[in-house]
Design a protein around this ligand. Structure first.
Ligand code: SIN
Length: 511
């Protein structure tokens, strides 16, 4: 029976940061259900936020984070994020990570929505996530075994402790891997929605696995929609980074009307939830919304990935208008963890988007997600490395849980359309009730899964996570950040007044 000190499920930035630290002293196995290149981190364009500029401070980054998060954030965790962030980033730079620099050799800092300062470090123009993944891949020692195309299907729990994971390999064999520490770094669940910026593999597997094992999940109603996904022939083939608006691009209708005028003092760089709702309203009224990029000089060199994406999809950069719609981008909630990334189940940890550290509140500040992965994975590694290991428990678990799940699950497309229409940017009580009712029977009929059919397990994971989001959205009777209830519009207004007051105060200080 295979065993190792640490098992990590997922291969994005949070996973690789953890593995690169842990492998100095421990054996690590990383499972990824497709390839190491399939993760949201790999697609991250914008960058990593950190207070690097001389006129910036962690305090200002803190204020912007809780302001964007509608004060739903865990302030202690936010302080950890913004104070440790620059420290860890400097450490990678010393070890050879290269961020983009200006002609004087200084790190170039980009601007994104709801930040009161330029503080986004980027690499390869708009390929920051890819550069970071490549950097950390090189830091893995031979103590790390990377197993691709093997799907982790269930956590093994014995006497209240997580003792490993059950996987299914390409041949359909079920394998039990035992470990002292099991880390879920499975990313979020954008793939539950019809329009999404996420990698196709990211459909909420980690949340569903944790839920079946009895771990605590929190804030699942807070789903962030990114305002600008490229929109071509009814499809969203990729993201147009917020950094594009940071360099001056504006949101306009076909006739050139600026849609953010009169909506928020930060205009096109308002918090994402505000911009996404404004676009949603325009589209609902029959408008097509574009990003006007005509004012950005050197667009193709500053944004090579986006240029390539547009060209591959028949959108001309020289014409200067990119058609966009909002799409599911990031889950603020997730598996509840403490400052060491420990979940409510001993032996089980979560990092990156799979975890809810509380830093993002009700709406994540742009470019804080790679930062979260970097900071909290490092702190978790410190904790694990300082903890005395128990002997690995190799108790053989009863297989009765793995009985055949025989219900005919809804299709992927049904789940995605239902989530987009009823549990998306704008939500209503009656529709949420209907969705909960439709998905609930699948969840309760199936904590036990037959792990030889990957498609069936993925659908079960999707329906479980979709149900978790819909039922949490039904329970939260207010509108806040990424969770907007049409039947509670007044609460968002009170958060908005607070956010706008903060923004104006900061602008007064800057000017
Ligand atoms: C973007 O580049 O707009 C995405 C960055 C992020 O989600 O933080």
């Amino acid at each position: 029976m295979p065993k190792s000190d640490v098992v990590i499920v997922g291969s994005g930035l949070a996973a690789l940061v953890a593995a690169s630290r842990l492998c100095m002293e421990k054996n690590v196995i990383i499972f990824t259900k497709l390839t190491i290149n399939n993760s949201n981190s790999m697609l991250a364009q914008g960058g990593v936020a950190a207070a690097f500029a001389e006129n910036d401070s962690w305090n200002s980054h803190f204020e912007d984070t809780v302001n964007a998060g509608c004060h739903h954030n865990d302030e202690t965790a936010v302080r950890t994020l913004v104070q440790y962030g620059p420290h860890f980033i400097r450490e990678f730079i010393e070890k050879g990570m290269i961020f983009d620099k200006d002609s004087l050799g200084n790190i170039q800092l980009g601007q994104e929505g709801a930040h009161s300062n330029r503080r986004i470090l980027h690499a390869g123009g708009d390929a920051t996530g890819k550069a970071l993944i490549q950097f950390f891949k090189q830091k893995l020692s031979t103590n790390v075994q990377m197993i691709e195309q093997e799907f982790a299907v269930d956590l093994m729990i014995h006497e209240g402790r997580c003792i490993g994971v059950k996987t299914v390999n390409q041949q359909g064999q079920i394998i039990d891997y035992y470990a002292n520490h099991v880390i879920l770094a499975t990313g979020g669940c954008g793939g539950l929605y019809e329009h999404s910026s996420n990698d196709e593999t990211v459909v909420g597997d980690g949340y569903a696995m944790a839920f079946r094992a009895g771990a605590e999940l929190v804030d699942m109603e807070f789903v962030q929609f990114h305002p600008t996904l490229l929109y071509v022939n009814g499809r969203c083939p990729g993201l147009i980074s917020e950094a594009v608006r940071g360099e001056g691009a504006i949101l306009v209708t076909k006739n050139g009307r600026r849609i953010m005028e009169g909506v928020h003092p930060l205009l096109d760089l308002a918090p994402r939830d505000i911009v996404s709702r404004a676009i949603y309203e325009e589209v609902r009224n029959g408008e097509t919304v574009y990003l006007d990029i005509t004012m950005i000089e050197n667009f193709t060199t500053r944004f090579p990935t986006i240029t390539d994406l547009c060209e591959k999809n028949g959108v001309s950069i020289t014409e200067g208008k990119i058609p966009i719609v909002p799409g599911a981008h990031f889950m603020m909630g997730g598996i509840r963890v403490n400052e060491n990334s420990q979940s409510s189940i001993p032996g089980l940890y979560a990092v990156g988007e799979a975890a809810c550290t509380g830093v993002h509140g009700a709406n994540r500040l742009a470019s804080n997600s790679l930062l979260e992965g970097i900071v909290f994975s490092n702190l978790m590694a410190d904790y694990i490395l300082q903890t005395e290991d128990r002997p690995i428990e190799m108790t053989s678990l009863s297989t009765s849980r793995a009985s055949l799940y025989s219900r005919n699950l809804p299709t992927k497309s049904f789940i995605q359309k239902t989530m987009m229409n009823a549990v998306g940017i704008v939500r209503k009580k009656e529709e949420l009730e209907k969705v909960v009712k439709v998905f609930e029977p699948y969840v309760y009929h199936g904590p036990s899964i037959h792990p030889s059919n990957q498609e069936q397990i993925e659908l079960l994971n999707m329906v479980t996570t979709a149900w978790l989001i819909a039922s949490s959205a039904l329970e939260r009777e207010e509108s806040r950040g990424g969770h907007f209830r049409l039947d509670f519009p007044e609460t968002i207004l009170s958060f908005e007044k607070k956010r706008i007051t903060q923004v104006l105060k900061k602008q007064a200080v800057v000017n």
